[in-house]
Design a protein around this ligand. Structure first.
Ligand SMILES: Cc1cc2nc3c(=O)[nH]c(=O)nc-3n(C[C@H](O)[C@H](O)[C@H](O)COP(=O)(O)OP(=O)(O)OC[C@H]3O[C@@H](n4cnc5c(N)ncnc54)[C@H](O)[C@@H]3O)c2cc1C
Length: 432
Protein backbone atom coordinates (compact mmCIF):
# COMPACT_ATOMS: atom_id res chain seq x y z
CA UNK A 1 0.00 0.00 0.00
CA UNK A 2 2.68 2.54 -0.86
CA UNK A 3 0.75 5.14 -2.77
CA UNK A 4 2.34 8.35 -1.53
CA UNK A 5 0.26 9.64 1.36
CA UNK A 6 0.12 7.64 4.58
CA UNK A 7 -2.75 5.24 5.05
CA UNK A 8 -4.76 7.13 7.66
CA UNK A 9 -7.04 5.59 10.29
CA UNK A 10 -9.14 7.58 12.78
CA UNK A 11 -10.20 5.83 15.99
CA UNK A 12 -13.08 7.27 17.98
CA UNK A 13 -12.68 6.50 21.69
CA UNK A 14 -9.67 5.56 23.80
CA UNK A 15 -11.31 2.83 25.89
CA UNK A 16 -10.11 -0.76 25.83
CA UNK A 17 -11.20 -1.24 22.21
CA UNK A 18 -9.75 2.03 20.91
CA UNK A 19 -6.40 1.57 22.65
CA UNK A 20 -6.11 -2.00 21.43
CA UNK A 21 -6.98 -0.96 17.86
CA UNK A 22 -4.38 1.83 17.87
CA UNK A 23 -1.65 -0.45 19.14
CA UNK A 24 -2.52 -3.40 16.91
CA UNK A 25 -2.74 -1.24 13.78
CA UNK A 26 0.60 0.45 14.52
CA UNK A 27 2.28 -2.90 15.15
CA UNK A 28 0.87 -4.19 11.86
CA UNK A 29 2.33 -1.30 9.88
CA UNK A 30 -0.54 1.20 9.54
CA UNK A 31 1.26 4.50 9.06
CA UNK A 32 -1.00 7.15 10.57
CA UNK A 33 -3.45 6.62 13.41
CA UNK A 34 -5.33 9.41 15.19
CA UNK A 35 -7.21 8.51 18.35
CA UNK A 36 -9.95 10.97 19.38
CA UNK A 37 -11.18 10.74 22.96
CA UNK A 38 -13.95 12.96 24.33
CA UNK A 39 -12.65 12.75 27.91
CA UNK A 40 -9.63 14.66 29.14
CA UNK A 41 -7.70 11.46 29.94
CA UNK A 42 -8.13 7.70 30.01
CA UNK A 43 -10.32 8.10 33.10
CA UNK A 44 -10.66 4.46 34.19
CA UNK A 45 -13.27 3.39 36.62
CA UNK A 46 -11.20 1.91 39.41
CA UNK A 47 -12.14 -1.74 39.38
CA UNK A 48 -10.71 -5.11 38.53
CA UNK A 49 -10.89 -6.96 35.25
CA UNK A 50 -10.32 -10.53 34.18
CA UNK A 51 -7.68 -11.01 31.54
CA UNK A 52 -8.56 -14.20 29.70
CA UNK A 53 -6.10 -16.13 27.51
CA UNK A 54 -7.78 -15.05 24.26
CA UNK A 55 -6.99 -11.46 25.29
CA UNK A 56 -3.50 -12.38 26.51
CA UNK A 57 -2.56 -14.12 23.26
CA UNK A 58 -3.21 -10.92 21.30
CA UNK A 59 -1.57 -8.58 23.82
CA UNK A 60 1.47 -10.86 23.93
CA UNK A 61 1.74 -10.48 20.15
CA UNK A 62 1.44 -6.70 20.56
CA UNK A 63 4.26 -6.70 23.11
CA UNK A 64 2.49 -5.32 26.20
CA UNK A 65 1.16 -8.39 28.03
CA UNK A 66 4.17 -8.68 30.32
CA UNK A 67 3.90 -5.05 31.50
CA UNK A 68 0.14 -5.27 31.91
CA UNK A 69 0.32 -8.37 34.07
CA UNK A 70 3.21 -7.30 36.31
CA UNK A 71 0.91 -7.03 39.32
CA UNK A 72 -1.81 -9.40 38.13
CA UNK A 73 -2.84 -12.60 39.87
CA UNK A 74 -2.78 -15.81 37.85
CA UNK A 75 -5.97 -17.69 38.62
CA UNK A 76 -5.31 -21.32 39.52
CA UNK A 77 -8.50 -22.18 41.38
CA UNK A 78 -12.13 -21.36 40.69
CA UNK A 79 -14.89 -20.92 43.24
CA UNK A 80 -16.35 -24.33 42.81
CA UNK A 81 -12.90 -25.55 43.73
CA UNK A 82 -11.99 -26.45 40.17
CA UNK A 83 -8.33 -26.49 39.34
CA UNK A 84 -7.94 -23.58 36.94
CA UNK A 85 -4.18 -23.81 36.43
CA UNK A 86 -4.73 -26.14 33.44
CA UNK A 87 -5.74 -23.01 31.50
CA UNK A 88 -2.11 -21.90 30.99
CA UNK A 89 -1.10 -25.37 29.80
CA UNK A 90 -4.08 -25.80 27.53
CA UNK A 91 -4.22 -22.34 25.94
CA UNK A 92 -0.60 -21.18 26.18
CA UNK A 93 -1.47 -18.02 28.14
CA UNK A 94 -2.63 -17.90 31.77
CA UNK A 95 -5.97 -16.54 32.97
CA UNK A 96 -5.11 -13.42 34.99
CA UNK A 97 -6.98 -10.75 36.95
CA UNK A 98 -5.91 -7.19 37.75
CA UNK A 99 -6.79 -3.49 37.78
CA UNK A 100 -8.48 -2.07 34.69
CA UNK A 101 -5.89 0.70 34.85
CA UNK A 102 -3.10 -1.88 34.36
CA UNK A 103 -4.74 -3.11 31.17
CA UNK A 104 -5.61 0.30 29.72
CA UNK A 105 -2.42 1.93 31.05
CA UNK A 106 -0.24 -0.87 29.67
CA UNK A 107 -1.78 -0.54 26.21
CA UNK A 108 -1.57 3.28 26.39
CA UNK A 109 2.14 3.20 27.33
CA UNK A 110 2.81 0.81 24.46
CA UNK A 111 0.84 3.11 22.10
CA UNK A 112 2.95 6.10 23.13
CA UNK A 113 6.04 4.30 21.86
CA UNK A 114 4.54 4.04 18.37
CA UNK A 115 5.36 6.95 16.05
CA UNK A 116 2.24 6.28 13.97
CA UNK A 117 -0.19 7.00 16.84
CA UNK A 118 -1.37 10.46 18.00
CA UNK A 119 -3.85 10.93 20.83
CA UNK A 120 -6.31 13.84 20.88
CA UNK A 121 -8.01 14.09 24.27
CA UNK A 122 -10.90 16.49 24.99
CA UNK A 123 -11.92 15.85 21.40
CA UNK A 124 -15.36 14.57 20.59
CA UNK A 125 -15.69 13.05 17.15
CA UNK A 126 -18.56 12.30 14.77
CA UNK A 127 -18.72 10.74 11.32
CA UNK A 128 -20.03 13.09 8.63
CA UNK A 129 -19.65 11.00 5.48
CA UNK A 130 -19.07 7.27 5.19
CA UNK A 131 -17.72 6.76 1.70
CA UNK A 132 -15.81 6.82 -0.54
CA UNK A 133 -13.40 8.50 1.90
CA UNK A 134 -14.99 9.02 5.32
CA UNK A 135 -15.03 12.53 6.73
CA UNK A 136 -15.05 13.06 10.48
CA UNK A 137 -15.72 16.23 12.45
CA UNK A 138 -13.62 16.69 15.56
CA UNK A 139 -14.90 19.09 18.21
CA UNK A 140 -12.18 19.99 20.72
CA UNK A 141 -13.48 21.06 24.13
CA UNK A 142 -11.72 24.43 23.86
CA UNK A 143 -11.58 25.02 20.15
CA UNK A 144 -13.33 25.21 16.84
CA UNK A 145 -14.61 22.02 15.14
CA UNK A 146 -12.56 20.82 12.19
CA UNK A 147 -12.99 18.17 9.50
CA UNK A 148 -10.59 15.41 8.58
CA UNK A 149 -10.73 12.99 5.63
CA UNK A 150 -9.32 9.58 6.49
CA UNK A 151 -9.13 6.15 4.85
CA UNK A 152 -10.86 4.26 7.68
CA UNK A 153 -12.82 5.14 10.82
CA UNK A 154 -12.97 2.69 13.72
CA UNK A 155 -15.73 3.70 16.11
CA UNK A 156 -14.75 2.33 19.53
CA UNK A 157 -17.07 4.78 21.26
CA UNK A 158 -18.51 2.40 23.82
CA UNK A 159 -21.91 1.13 24.91
CA UNK A 160 -23.58 4.49 24.19
CA UNK A 161 -21.97 4.71 20.74
CA UNK A 162 -23.27 7.62 18.69
CA UNK A 163 -21.76 6.17 15.50
CA UNK A 164 -23.85 3.03 16.06
CA UNK A 165 -26.96 5.23 16.36
CA UNK A 166 -26.01 7.06 13.16
CA UNK A 167 -25.57 3.81 11.22
CA UNK A 168 -28.85 2.41 12.51
CA UNK A 169 -30.68 5.64 11.68
CA UNK A 170 -29.42 5.50 8.12
CA UNK A 171 -30.53 1.88 7.87
CA UNK A 172 -33.86 2.83 9.39
CA UNK A 173 -33.47 0.18 12.11
CA UNK A 174 -33.94 0.57 15.87
CA UNK A 175 -31.34 -0.77 18.27
CA UNK A 176 -33.17 -3.11 20.57
CA UNK A 177 -32.04 -2.71 24.16
CA UNK A 178 -33.83 -4.72 26.82
CA UNK A 179 -33.66 -4.33 30.53
CA UNK A 180 -31.95 -7.34 32.12
CA UNK A 181 -33.63 -6.35 35.39
CA UNK A 182 -30.18 -6.44 36.95
CA UNK A 183 -27.49 -4.09 38.08
CA UNK A 184 -23.94 -4.73 39.27
CA UNK A 185 -22.02 -3.36 42.24
CA UNK A 186 -18.28 -2.96 41.81
CA UNK A 187 -16.25 -2.76 44.97
CA UNK A 188 -12.58 -2.77 45.90
CA UNK A 189 -11.39 -3.59 49.42
CA UNK A 190 -7.83 -2.84 50.48
CA UNK A 191 -5.50 -5.19 52.33
CA UNK A 192 -5.65 -2.80 55.33
CA UNK A 193 -9.44 -3.05 55.42
CA UNK A 194 -9.27 -6.84 55.39
CA UNK A 195 -6.23 -7.23 57.65
CA UNK A 196 -8.01 -8.21 60.86
CA UNK A 197 -10.05 -11.01 59.29
CA UNK A 198 -8.09 -14.25 58.65
CA UNK A 199 -10.79 -15.72 56.41
CA UNK A 200 -10.72 -12.62 54.22
CA UNK A 201 -6.93 -12.57 54.13
CA UNK A 202 -6.98 -16.15 52.93
CA UNK A 203 -9.11 -15.06 49.95
CA UNK A 204 -6.79 -12.14 49.26
CA UNK A 205 -3.75 -14.41 49.26
CA UNK A 206 -5.24 -17.14 47.06
CA UNK A 207 -4.79 -17.45 43.27
CA UNK A 208 -8.51 -17.85 43.08
CA UNK A 209 -11.68 -16.47 41.55
CA UNK A 210 -14.58 -17.07 43.91
CA UNK A 211 -18.24 -17.00 42.91
CA UNK A 212 -21.07 -17.01 45.48
CA UNK A 213 -24.44 -17.85 43.97
CA UNK A 214 -27.92 -17.13 45.29
CA UNK A 215 -31.43 -16.72 43.94
CA UNK A 216 -31.47 -13.87 41.37
CA UNK A 217 -28.04 -12.68 42.46
CA UNK A 218 -24.37 -13.59 42.67
CA UNK A 219 -20.98 -12.21 43.60
CA UNK A 220 -17.66 -12.84 41.89
CA UNK A 221 -14.40 -11.77 43.53
CA UNK A 222 -10.65 -12.00 43.07
CA UNK A 223 -7.41 -10.37 44.28
CA UNK A 224 -5.71 -7.72 42.12
CA UNK A 225 -2.86 -5.19 42.41
CA UNK A 226 -0.22 -7.66 43.59
CA UNK A 227 -2.80 -9.06 46.02
CA UNK A 228 -3.23 -5.74 47.81
CA UNK A 229 -6.82 -5.23 46.67
CA UNK A 230 -9.80 -7.56 46.69
CA UNK A 231 -12.11 -6.83 43.75
CA UNK A 232 -15.77 -7.70 44.18
CA UNK A 233 -18.39 -7.52 41.47
CA UNK A 234 -22.02 -8.56 41.84
CA UNK A 235 -25.26 -8.90 39.94
CA UNK A 236 -28.63 -8.45 41.61
CA UNK A 237 -32.16 -7.28 40.84
CA UNK A 238 -32.01 -3.62 39.96
CA UNK A 239 -34.04 -1.23 42.02
CA UNK A 240 -32.51 2.13 41.12
CA UNK A 241 -32.35 2.24 37.38
CA UNK A 242 -35.91 1.12 36.72
CA UNK A 243 -37.04 4.68 36.08
CA UNK A 244 -33.67 6.02 34.88
CA UNK A 245 -33.27 7.20 31.28
CA UNK A 246 -31.77 4.53 29.02
CA UNK A 247 -28.58 6.58 28.67
CA UNK A 248 -27.79 6.07 32.36
CA UNK A 249 -25.39 3.19 32.92
CA UNK A 250 -23.71 4.04 36.22
CA UNK A 251 -24.73 5.64 39.47
CA UNK A 252 -23.65 5.90 43.08
CA UNK A 253 -25.31 2.96 44.86
CA UNK A 254 -26.62 2.78 48.39
CA UNK A 255 -24.74 0.70 50.95
CA UNK A 256 -27.88 -0.29 52.82
CA UNK A 257 -29.54 -1.52 49.60
CA UNK A 258 -26.41 -3.49 48.82
CA UNK A 259 -26.36 -5.11 52.26
CA UNK A 260 -30.05 -5.86 51.95
CA UNK A 261 -29.53 -7.52 48.54
CA UNK A 262 -27.04 -10.01 49.99
CA UNK A 263 -28.48 -10.45 53.48
CA UNK A 264 -29.01 -14.19 52.90
CA UNK A 265 -25.41 -14.78 51.82
CA UNK A 266 -22.78 -16.32 54.11
CA UNK A 267 -21.25 -14.33 57.02
CA UNK A 268 -17.97 -13.86 55.14
CA UNK A 269 -19.78 -12.03 52.32
CA UNK A 270 -21.70 -9.92 54.85
CA UNK A 271 -18.47 -8.93 56.59
CA UNK A 272 -16.83 -7.98 53.31
CA UNK A 273 -19.72 -5.87 52.13
CA UNK A 274 -19.87 -4.19 55.52
CA UNK A 275 -16.31 -2.94 55.01
CA UNK A 276 -17.35 -0.78 52.06
CA UNK A 277 -17.38 2.87 53.17
CA UNK A 278 -20.69 4.69 52.76
CA UNK A 279 -20.68 6.61 49.51
CA UNK A 280 -18.26 4.24 47.78
CA UNK A 281 -20.76 1.88 46.27
CA UNK A 282 -20.67 2.08 42.50
CA UNK A 283 -23.64 0.57 40.66
CA UNK A 284 -23.82 -0.33 36.96
CA UNK A 285 -27.00 -0.97 35.02
CA UNK A 286 -26.88 -4.20 33.01
CA UNK A 287 -28.80 -4.03 29.74
CA UNK A 288 -29.04 -6.56 26.93
CA UNK A 289 -28.31 -5.20 23.46
CA UNK A 290 -29.68 -7.21 20.54
CA UNK A 291 -27.38 -8.03 17.61
CA UNK A 292 -27.00 -5.26 15.05
CA UNK A 293 -27.78 -5.87 11.36
CA UNK A 294 -24.22 -4.82 10.51
CA UNK A 295 -21.03 -3.46 12.07
CA UNK A 296 -19.74 -1.85 8.88
CA UNK A 297 -20.79 1.05 6.68
CA UNK A 298 -18.48 2.05 3.84
CA UNK A 299 -15.03 2.51 5.34
CA UNK A 300 -16.37 2.84 8.89
CA UNK A 301 -16.51 -0.07 11.37
CA UNK A 302 -17.81 -0.38 14.90
CA UNK A 303 -15.57 -1.91 17.58
CA UNK A 304 -16.02 -3.25 21.14
CA UNK A 305 -19.04 -2.29 23.22
CA UNK A 306 -20.24 -0.08 20.37
CA UNK A 307 -21.29 -3.26 18.54
CA UNK A 308 -21.34 -6.14 21.06
CA UNK A 309 -21.86 -4.99 24.66
CA UNK A 310 -21.82 -8.18 26.73
CA UNK A 311 -23.15 -8.84 30.21
CA UNK A 312 -20.15 -9.28 32.51
CA UNK A 313 -20.90 -12.90 33.51
CA UNK A 314 -18.33 -14.41 31.13
CA UNK A 315 -15.76 -11.65 31.84
CA UNK A 316 -15.24 -11.24 28.10
CA UNK A 317 -16.29 -7.70 27.08
CA UNK A 318 -12.82 -6.15 26.92
CA UNK A 319 -11.30 -9.40 25.65
CA UNK A 320 -13.74 -9.32 22.74
CA UNK A 321 -12.87 -5.67 22.00
CA UNK A 322 -9.22 -6.71 21.88
CA UNK A 323 -10.07 -9.57 19.52
CA UNK A 324 -11.74 -6.94 17.28
CA UNK A 325 -8.52 -4.94 17.32
CA UNK A 326 -6.35 -7.96 16.45
CA UNK A 327 -8.59 -8.89 13.52
CA UNK A 328 -8.78 -5.31 12.22
CA UNK A 329 -4.99 -5.08 12.29
CA UNK A 330 -4.72 -8.27 10.23
CA UNK A 331 -7.28 -7.33 7.59
CA UNK A 332 -6.18 -3.70 7.17
CA UNK A 333 -2.50 -4.64 6.98
CA UNK A 334 -3.24 -7.20 4.24
CA UNK A 335 -5.04 -4.71 1.95
CA UNK A 336 -3.63 -4.87 -1.56
CA UNK A 337 -4.60 -1.22 -2.29
CA UNK A 338 -6.45 1.73 -0.74
CA UNK A 339 -9.49 1.57 -2.93
CA UNK A 340 -12.60 2.20 -0.75
CA UNK A 341 -14.17 -0.95 -2.23
CA UNK A 342 -11.21 -3.01 -1.03
CA UNK A 343 -11.36 -1.32 2.38
CA UNK A 344 -15.06 -2.11 2.68
CA UNK A 345 -14.40 -5.72 1.61
CA UNK A 346 -11.65 -6.02 4.26
CA UNK A 347 -13.96 -4.60 6.93
CA UNK A 348 -16.55 -7.17 5.87
CA UNK A 349 -13.95 -9.87 6.52
CA UNK A 350 -13.58 -8.39 10.02
CA UNK A 351 -17.35 -8.64 10.42
CA UNK A 352 -17.45 -12.24 9.18
CA UNK A 353 -14.70 -13.31 11.59
CA UNK A 354 -15.96 -11.42 14.62
CA UNK A 355 -19.72 -10.80 14.55
CA UNK A 356 -21.12 -14.30 15.02
CA UNK A 357 -18.48 -15.18 17.60
CA UNK A 358 -19.03 -12.04 19.68
CA UNK A 359 -22.81 -12.42 19.51
CA UNK A 360 -22.59 -16.04 20.63
CA UNK A 361 -20.81 -14.83 23.75
CA UNK A 362 -23.40 -12.09 24.31
CA UNK A 363 -26.10 -14.80 24.32
CA UNK A 364 -24.07 -17.20 26.45
CA UNK A 365 -23.40 -14.55 29.08
CA UNK A 366 -27.12 -13.83 29.36
CA UNK A 367 -28.06 -17.55 29.47
CA UNK A 368 -25.40 -18.48 32.00
CA UNK A 369 -26.67 -15.82 34.35
CA UNK A 370 -30.21 -17.25 34.23
CA UNK A 371 -28.87 -20.62 35.39
CA UNK A 372 -26.73 -19.08 38.11
CA UNK A 373 -29.69 -17.18 39.49
CA UNK A 374 -32.17 -20.07 39.71
CA UNK A 375 -34.44 -20.23 42.76
CA UNK A 376 -35.59 -23.38 44.58
CA UNK A 377 -37.01 -26.10 42.32
CA UNK A 378 -36.15 -28.98 40.02
CA UNK A 379 -34.00 -26.88 37.69
CA UNK A 380 -31.84 -25.69 40.56
CA UNK A 381 -31.51 -29.25 41.90
CA UNK A 382 -30.33 -30.42 38.49
CA UNK A 383 -27.88 -27.51 38.27
CA UNK A 384 -26.44 -28.27 41.69
CA UNK A 385 -26.01 -31.95 40.75
CA UNK A 386 -23.93 -30.79 37.77
CA UNK A 387 -21.83 -28.58 40.03
CA UNK A 388 -21.28 -31.49 42.42
CA UNK A 389 -20.22 -33.80 39.56
CA UNK A 390 -17.59 -31.24 38.55
CA UNK A 391 -15.81 -31.80 41.85
CA UNK A 392 -15.09 -35.35 40.71
CA UNK A 393 -14.29 -34.84 37.03
CA UNK A 394 -14.37 -32.30 34.22
CA UNK A 395 -17.73 -32.04 32.48
CA UNK A 396 -20.39 -29.53 31.47
CA UNK A 397 -20.66 -26.65 33.92
CA UNK A 398 -23.90 -24.73 34.51
CA UNK A 399 -21.69 -21.67 34.99
CA UNK A 400 -20.52 -21.13 31.41
CA UNK A 401 -17.52 -19.14 32.65
CA UNK A 402 -16.12 -22.45 33.97
CA UNK A 403 -17.40 -24.74 31.21
CA UNK A 404 -14.61 -26.63 29.44
CA UNK A 405 -16.30 -26.59 26.02
CA UNK A 406 -17.13 -22.88 26.26
CA UNK A 407 -13.58 -22.14 27.38
CA UNK A 408 -12.28 -24.09 24.39
CA UNK A 409 -14.42 -21.97 22.10
CA UNK A 410 -13.40 -18.70 23.78
CA UNK A 411 -9.77 -19.33 24.61
CA UNK A 412 -8.77 -21.94 22.08
CA UNK A 413 -9.43 -19.92 18.90
CA UNK A 414 -6.79 -17.58 17.50
CA UNK A 415 -9.02 -15.03 15.75
CA UNK A 416 -6.09 -13.28 14.10
CA UNK A 417 -5.13 -16.50 12.36
CA UNK A 418 -8.74 -17.06 11.33
CA UNK A 419 -8.81 -13.49 9.95
CA UNK A 420 -5.67 -14.08 7.94
CA UNK A 421 -7.17 -17.19 6.28
CA UNK A 422 -10.56 -15.56 5.73
CA UNK A 423 -8.94 -12.52 4.12
CA UNK A 424 -6.97 -14.69 1.70
CA UNK A 425 -10.11 -16.58 0.79
CA UNK A 426 -12.19 -13.42 0.27
CA UNK A 427 -9.51 -11.65 -1.74
CA UNK A 428 -8.81 -14.89 -3.66
CA UNK A 429 -5.17 -14.87 -2.67
CA UNK A 430 -2.98 -17.93 -3.06
CA UNK A 431 -2.24 -19.97 0.06
CA UNK A 432 0.97 -19.02 1.94
C1 LIG B 1 -19.59 -4.86 35.85
C2 LIG B 1 -18.71 -5.13 34.65
C3 LIG B 1 -17.64 -6.02 34.75
C4 LIG B 1 -16.84 -6.32 33.62
N1 LIG B 1 -15.81 -7.21 33.74
C5 LIG B 1 -15.06 -7.54 32.66
C6 LIG B 1 -13.99 -8.50 32.76
O1 LIG B 1 -13.71 -9.03 33.83
N2 LIG B 1 -13.28 -8.82 31.62
C7 LIG B 1 -13.56 -8.23 30.39
O2 LIG B 1 -12.88 -8.57 29.39
N3 LIG B 1 -14.56 -7.31 30.28
C8 LIG B 1 -15.31 -6.95 31.37
N4 LIG B 1 -16.31 -6.01 31.26
C9 LIG B 1 -16.58 -5.39 29.96
C10 LIG B 1 -15.59 -4.32 29.57
O3 LIG B 1 -15.40 -3.39 30.60
C11 LIG B 1 -16.06 -3.56 28.32
O4 LIG B 1 -16.51 -4.50 27.36
C12 LIG B 1 -14.93 -2.76 27.68
O5 LIG B 1 -14.41 -1.83 28.60
C13 LIG B 1 -15.45 -2.01 26.44
O6 LIG B 1 -14.43 -1.24 25.87
P1 LIG B 1 -14.76 -0.22 24.70
O7 LIG B 1 -13.46 0.40 24.31
O8 LIG B 1 -15.58 -0.87 23.65
O9 LIG B 1 -15.69 0.88 25.37
P2 LIG B 1 -15.36 1.93 26.52
O10 LIG B 1 -14.34 1.40 27.45
O11 LIG B 1 -16.66 2.37 27.06
O12 LIG B 1 -14.68 3.16 25.74
C14 LIG B 1 -15.38 4.05 24.92
C15 LIG B 1 -14.61 5.38 24.90
O13 LIG B 1 -15.11 6.20 23.84
C16 LIG B 1 -15.18 7.54 24.29
N5 LIG B 1 -16.17 8.22 23.44
C17 LIG B 1 -17.51 7.97 23.38
N6 LIG B 1 -18.08 8.76 22.42
C18 LIG B 1 -17.07 9.50 21.88
C19 LIG B 1 -17.01 10.49 20.83
N7 LIG B 1 -18.11 10.87 20.15
N8 LIG B 1 -15.82 11.05 20.53
C20 LIG B 1 -14.69 10.69 21.20
N9 LIG B 1 -14.68 9.75 22.21
C21 LIG B 1 -15.85 9.16 22.52
C22 LIG B 1 -15.60 7.41 25.75
O14 LIG B 1 -15.26 8.58 26.49
C23 LIG B 1 -14.79 6.17 26.19
O15 LIG B 1 -13.52 6.52 26.69
C24 LIG B 1 -17.12 -5.70 32.37
C25 LIG B 1 -18.19 -4.78 32.27
C26 LIG B 1 -18.97 -4.50 33.38
C27 LIG B 1 -20.12 -3.52 33.24
Amino acid sequence: MNEGESFHVAIIGAGMGGLACALALAKYGIERIDVYEAASNLGFVGAGIQLAPNMGRILERLGCWETITKEATEIKVASIRLDFSYVRKRYGTPHMVDHRSSLAGGMYDACKKEKAISFHFNSSCTVKTWEPKPRITVTPRDGEPYNVYVDVVLAADGIKSSVRSQILKELNVDAEVTDSGQSAYRIMLTREQMASDPEMLELLEADQVTRWIGERRHIIAYPIGDKNIYNISSAQPDVHFASAPSATYTTRGSKSDMLDSFKDFCPLVQRMLNLVPDGEVCEWKLRIHSPLPTWVRGSVALVGDACHPTLPHLAQGAAQAIEDAGVLAVVLSMLPDRNPDSINKALRVYEVVRKERAETLVDLAAASCKTLHLGEGAAKEERDKQFAALKVKEGPSPDKYFDAEVQKMIMGIDVMRVAHDEFRKTFAMKKD
